[in-house]
Write a protein that binds this ligand. Sequence first.
Ligand code: ADQ
Length: 464
Amino acid sequence: MGRLVAVSNRVADPRNHAAGGLAVALSEALSKTGGLWFGWSGKAIDINQGGTPGEGELHLQQAGNVTLATVDLSREDYDAYYLGYSNGVLWPVFHYRLDLADFDSGGNLNSYRRVNQLFARKLAPLLKPDDVIWIHDYHLIPLAAELRAIGCGQRIGFFLHIPLPPPLILAAIPQHEWLMRAMFAYDLIGFQSQADVDHFARYAQDEAGAEPMGEYRFRAFHRTVRAQAFPIGIDVDEFIELGKGDDSRETYEMMRAQYARRRLLLGIDRLDYSKGLPQRLKAFQTLLAEYPENRASATLIQIAAPSRESVDAYADLRRDMEGITGAINSEYGELDWMPVRYIHRSTARKRLPGLCRASSVALVTPLRDGMNLVAKEFIAAQDPDDPGVLVLSRFAGAAEQLKEALLVNPYDFRATAQAIQQALHMPLAERRTRHAKLLERIRAQDVHWWSSEFLRALAETENG
Ligand code: ADQ
């Protein structure tokens, strides 16, 4: 294989393993070929500091044998490309939330195109003819088309980390035809789940008149694209090792000591409306109402990392969460017990395994999620002899794989409360059997499997 060039909105320093599984997996694949990682520098330059829309300085940095190439954006482009179009249009629609999409601002679309053109212009001169390019996520859907437009003929693959909605929902985006045409500039498109592949296949055939060319391949707009599911995984061994570290062990001991007489339920998310957090709190409230034996015992720790706070829908969510938490705690709280501990901060990665291991139940109940890696991290962190139970939304991509979890419909509070009750009272033998199977599944398709399978499939494509 030629040199690997990875492109993503954010670039992580491969030497910093605290960045997590994806950064580790990409770094590993990049260092095998002395690769290049290209993306936004994280800097948004104000207009009075010289930030001009459609322009940005390129920075090159060496991290071992991997080159990091990053580009600054003007504040105006950052606001419109990142917050406006990527997170104000594509994120909500791809998560089936048409009600939260802001289609009105044409400026956002222009900027989304302009940033993708800027990235193509800055990246093209760095490319070698036999490079293999792997572009990530919804911020960069049109990047391959922009690269092709300026003469790049290399193999280009794309991985969508979020779900692809059914054709009718996708078609609500005014520019859906343009986005789909842009997808056909890739040689391979990877999705998180088979459901996403099916949505792509239906859209491609029904709306874009694509011709199916045998398994996984479609032809339209004079190009052939392969579309396939590559469910992303975690680095299971790395997470288990992290669990043996001092920080994780300390966290575990502290939680066990503090909650010795209680049962811990855990939620770890970004504060995002796709994660179903208000619904999760309401299911927990229903548990306390309908199964009173859990009062003064079951404690939900919900850690929600701040995210995209300047987008309106996120500020609304923050208020909702505070309101519902207050209502539950004031209704059921005792002098020595608060049912919900809601923490609006992120937790250091090195503490996560300990926190997961100290919990009896994980609540991973998104309304829609590409995959959800927290579900897999929870499984990896458990003591196989006395494991906790995963309550998982059927609308998370992970539900296609993790069939031994307790699968729930997060909109149905009573049924979710019932599943939590079942999780809290599951016999040890059943917990062990379910956990062993889940661990086997996340090992078989871990993050190393994910990147090597994707790159193998990309190398097999016919390139055009
Ligand atoms: P995200 O929506 O960010 O990612 P997710 O997979 O849940 O979501 O988490 C990614 C990582 O962030 C995990 O390693 C998790 O531990 C960490 N994390 C989340 N909340 C945290 C918190 N409060 N404190 C500390 N760490 C936290 C997108 C898609 C997902 C898909 C991933 C990877 O939305 O569906 O699984 O990409 O493809």
